[in-house]
Design a protein around this ligand. Structure first.
Ligand code: CAA
Length: 260
């Protein structure tokens, strides 16, 4: 189809699931500024769409994303980098409130690994490879890699990856706690979509608040985070979905959640 190959991302709404596919195969889905702009815009549109409850970001079977586009940065000065403000797009992705599932196969490197870590659940195919190889091109991770990776897998494994640029296999990533579920290569996308459709049956407000609460674990001290969790817990008793969920349990029927 004309034009499709030149679109850096493709989007599709599958009932209650919004799917974004990274689509720069010639450069291993390098995350150009244009791609990141469109990705942030697509995620925001799904976040604002009342029909959509869960979002999936997918790459291809061969590659999730090989990092920021090195061509965008190779000759840049610090002032130019400041002007480009590339991390503004990442901040927008961080603010998405609906759950995002990453469907990762092949390389997830540099900004690619960081993009997966901006998601909430990572489904990885057995062929996935994760790495923060920025050290090999004279920089360090800039979209949160040194922080989110360290929180996910611990200081010593993170140092091994960030200082050496070592790639880890999907199995290692799973064992280290970077991956939520490891699935056969042939099924990685179906597994992510099935999970998304399953989660889309759940009460949407509770889904959003659950995400918000888990993310506080990285931001707040334990006592503050527990207090925060409790306030969100109380808040949900103001939703119709809480009444429906508990009534359905007691009446031994399936709940019908409306997102109210
Ligand atoms: N940016 C721009 N182009 C890229 C790219 C990137 N990050 N990664 C791959 N490409 C391009 C290559 O230049 C090549 O293009 P040409 O065909 O025009 O030469 C094409 O994609 C295919 O790549 P390779 O020929 O290198 O494929 P390979 O299978 O031999 O190697 C690879 C695969 C190991 C992933 C290798 O491409 C690679 O090391 N890529 C760069 C990984 C990297 O350093 N990522 C970090 C980027 S910086 C960053 O992300 C900063 C941040 O924190 C935000």
């Amino acid at each position: 189809m004309p034009g499709i190959m030149s679109e850096p991302i493709l989007t599709e709404a599958q009932r209650r699931v919004g799917v974004v596919t990274l689509n720069r195969p010639d450069v291993l889905n390098a995350l150009s500024l244009q791609l990141m702009d469109k990705l942030a815009g697509a995620l925001e549109a799904f976040d604002a769409d009342p029909e959509i409850r869960v979002i999936v970001i997918a790459g291809s079977e061969k590659v999730w994303a090989a990092g920021a586009d090195i061509k965008d940065m190779a000759d840049a000065s610090p002032t130019r980098m400041h002007e480009l403000n590339m991390f503004a797009r990442w901040e927008r992705i961080k603010r998405i409130r609906k759950p995002i599932i990453a469907a990762v196969s092949g390389f997830a490197l540099g900004g690619g690994c960081e993009l997966a870590m901006h998601c909430d659940i990572i489904i990885a195919s057995e062929s996935a490879k994760f790495g923060q190889p920025e050290i090999n091109i004279g920089i360090i991770p800039g979209a949160g890699g040194t922080q989110r990776l360290t929180r996910a897998i611990g200081k010593f494994r993170a140092m091994d990856m960030v200082l050496n640029g070592r790639f880890i296999s999907a199995r290692e990533a799973y064992e280290f706690g970077l991956v939520s579920r490891l699935v056969p290569k042939e099924h990685f996308l179906a597994a992510a979509l099935n999970l998304a459709h399953e989660m889309a049956q759940k009460p949407p407000i509770a889904l959003r608040l659950a995400k918000e609460s888990v993310l506080k674990a990285d931001e707040l001290a334990l006592s503050e985070a527990l207090e925060y969790e409790r306030k969100l817990f109380y808040l949900l008793f103001d939703t119709e979905d809480q009444k429906e969920g508990m009534a359905a349990f007691l009446e031994k029927r399936r709940p019908e959640f409306k997102g109210k």
